[in-house]
Design a protein around this ligand. Structure first.
Ligand SMILES: Nc1ncnc2c1ncn2[C@@H]1O[C@H](COP(=O)(O)OP(=O)(O)OP(=O)(O)O)[C@@H](O)[C@H]1O
Length: 172
């Protein structure tokens, strides 16, 4: 049985503040993935700039970091075999316009407003996922994940806790 992979999903402010979009996305997350952690935060611009530091100097950097600190964002640590690719496939292309033509049912194609307000973020590699999860969930233990939790979530049984918006171990 292939091991579970972790990825970070960030639901961007315009998607969190729209109840229809938020509910649609949450349904995908809880039915297609194992949701390992969920947290809602509001970033200050300094934290948004640190998170997106690889884009410093690009024409959209200021727009992106201002937008990401303009309201609540939802952070989800997702798990699945090939979680990174799966979540990015749900998102579709970075460009909303491209998504609308190439893959109209992807989240960005359906709910994106612009290339900045493109619904959500997904880690693009295992290294990025680990770095990004550590950035937002410093208390998350990769040691315990690898030692114990990964196998538990893979084999089950798990149940979904709506209040936490997380899957949790189902104890006998
Ligand atoms: N040409 C652009 N114009 C405006 N905003 C952009 C543009 N390119 C990227 N961005 C913003 O910067 C974010 C990070 O860009 P990146 O190139 O890493 O895209 P991505 O990997 O598809 O998206 P993400 O990392 O958010 O999942 C994008 O999600 C988008 O919000």
């Amino acid at each position: 049985m292939q091991k579970l992979e972790l990825t970070l999903a960030i639901i961007k402010p315009h998607a969190v503040s729209n109840p229809v979009v938020r509910t649609f996305i949450r349904n995908i997350l809880k039915t297609k993935f194992i949701v390992v952690r969920t947290k809602r935060v509001t970033l200050d611009t300094d934290t948004a700039c640190r998170f997106y530091q690889e884009h410093v100097g690009k024409f959209f950097f200021n727009r992106l970091t201002t937008f990401m600190s303009s309201g609540c964002i939802d952070l989800h640590v997702l798990s699945h075999v090939n979680a990174i690719e799966m979540w990015r496939r749900c998102l579709g292309p970075t460009s909303v316009y491209k998504g609308q033509f190439q893959d109209p049912y992807c989240l960005r194609g359906m709910f994106g407003i612009s290339d900045t307000r493109n619904v959500a973020h997904g880690s693009d590699s295992q290294d990025s996922a680990e770095r990004e999860i550590k950035f937002f969930f410093p208390e998350f233990s990769f040691y315990h994940w690898r030692l114990d939790d990964e196998e538990w979530f893979r084999r089950g049984p798990v149940t979904f806790n709506d209040h936490l918006f997380q899957h949790v171990k189902k104890l006998a």
